[in-house]
Design a binder for this molecule. Structure first.
Ligand SMILES: [Ca+2]
Length: 386
């Protein structure tokens, strides 16, 4: 696939940005919207939907498997996720407190899925963990490699320089319709220098590694004897056995006034008041774990999943009579917002998520990014399964 220069680059510096940030404002696809209506009915009256209705329409009870963990002792730093049958997807959150402006149409229809048991990293992969991988393998991340001229035929050679995308607050208010207003391609930004060549990860061993593309995350996972989670595994784990939760911890964004995840407070993208204690990434595990012992499944950094992204991916569930069994996602990718870019799924939102713009700290929502896209708010965690 021929890669293209981003609009901002073509307009200003003509820097080749092979790494596009995930798009948060998603456009409804007519077929997907229609499918949502159809399957909402299918699920609501499904004969295989287990248990009583949950509070939200479309969701039925989570039925965990009784399969015991297969490894003894447990893999270090990982929690056992029993697997089971659950309702996957997200209702339209608009109108909810902190629900944000997006209908999240790509997260419907809500449908039944089952996943087998697996181990999952309790936290996002840290700088120290990624450094151990690089030390052992001499791996060079995508952001550290010079873009190839054949991928960017219109770019002048002097612009084919390694770098990555860095969140940069604009100097003043900007429309929230153009995310390039707050994303800059920064030469020399990489996982060791997350916000640019003069930045460092020294002293931040326990912070999540960022500026890693999907290939980088996959390479780490192979080295660690693990793999990236499927989108279904990720959501099952994030829900913690609770059906129809809005967040990994429940249905209130701030239970008893307590902030439960590293998100954005203040006017996005100008000012983060850091009411949760952090302007940017937080060290992993600083916020409460969900019922499966997993930290930061909402917020902090986005997490790569193995699935290709399509906004209509869940339409495959229309007419299903049994739960989708360990789904791997669609066979290919298509994003109508950027049809020339293949995308992989991201989950969980990041420290940039705000009710004014993104709100993808909501547990069933979906993100996406071009696989070579390193960003200062994208990381990952791994799973281990038989
Ligand atoms: Ca996260």
């Amino acid at each position: 696939m021929k890669k293209t220069l981003p609009r901002v680059a073509a307009r200003s510096r003509d820097v080749p940005a092979r790494r596009l940030p995930p798009l948060f404002l998603q456009v409804a696809v007519g077929t997907a919207a229609a499918a949502a209506v159809v399957l909402a009915c299918v699920v609501a009256f499904s004969p295989f939907a287990a248990g009583p209705r949950a509070m939200l329409s479309g969701f039925a009870s989570t039925v965990p498997f009784a399969t015991p963990p297969y490894a003894d002792p447990p893999p270090a730093g990982m929690g056992w996720i029993p697997g089971g049958e659950f309702s996957m997807g997200c209702e339209d959150p608009r109108g909810l407190p902190f629900g944000g402006p997006d209908p999240m149409r790509d997260a419907r229809p809500i449908h039944r899925v089952q996943v087998s048991g697996f181990w999952m990293d309790r936290t996002e992969v840290t700088n120290a963990q990624f450094a151990a991988f690089v030390a052992a393998t001499d791996y060079v991340t995508v952001a550290e490699r010079a873009p190839k001229a054949e991928d960017f035929p219109s770019a002048p050679p002097e612009n084919l320089i390694p770098g990555s995308l860095v969140f940069t607050p604009p100097p003043g208010p900007v429309p929230l319709t153009n995310h390039y207003s707050w994303w800059n391609y920064v030469a020399g930004a990489d996982w060791r220098h997350p916000t640019g060549p003069t930045s460092t990860i020294a002293g931040n061993d326990d912070s999540p590694v960022v500026q890693v593309g999907h290939d980088d995350a996959s390479a780490y996972a192979v080295w660690a004897g693990k793999r990236l989670p499927t989108e279904a595994e990720w959501e099952f784990a994030a829900r913690g056995g609770v059906a129809g939760g809005i967040y990994p911890w429940g249905r209130e964004f701030r239970p008893a006034g307590k902030l439960m995840a590293n998100t954005w407070q203040g006017q996005f993208p100008l000012q983060n008041t850091a009411a949760d204690g952090y302007v940017g990434v937080a060290p992993v595990g600083r916020f409460p774990a969900n019922a499966y012992g997993l930290h930061d499944m909402s917020g902090n950094v986005w997490e790569w999943c193995s699935d290709w992204y399509r906004p209509d991916a869940y339409a495959a569930a229309i007419g299903q009579t049994t739960p989708a069994d360990n789904p791997l996602g669609p066979a290919d990718s298509f994003d109508p917002q950027e049809p020339d870019q293949k995308k992989r799924v991201l989950r969980g939102g990041s420290f940039l998520c705000s009710e004014q713009y993104c709100a993808r700290y909501i547990v069933g929502t979906r993100g996406k990014a071009e696989p070579s896209s390193g960003c200062s708010h994208i990381g990952f965690r791994c799973v281990k399964a038989k």
